[in-house]
Design a protein around this ligand. Structure first.
Ligand SMILES: [Zn+2]
Length: 81
């Protein structure tokens, strides 16, 4: 499996999301709670919310959703890719 496909699966395992073109649309932004306003790019490995403006890397997204440290998030990503 390609890295970006694995990343797509990883994000979908953390947050309900659906695919739209090359991106994922996350059902609920974990920062502002708004529906269908956060897009995640598996190519760029960044998420951007069009409501609250939050822009985070995959690492930042994992830290927020799992409420964990940077090191724990890195370990989680490495284990799942
Ligand atoms: Zn938001």
């Amino acid at each position: 499996m390609e890295r970006k496909d694995k990343i797509t699966e990883l994000v979908k395992s953390l947050l309900p999301a659906h695919e739209r073109g090359k991106n994922l649309v996350i059902d609920t932004c974990p920062f502002c709670g708004e529906k269908n306003v956060m897009a995640f790019s598996p190519d760029k490995e960044v998420a951007k919310c069009f409501r609250c403006g939050m822009s985070v890397t995959l690492l930042g997204l994992v830290m927020k959703v799992k409420n964990c440290t940077r090191q724990e998030a890195e370990e989680y990503i490495n284990k799942n890719l």
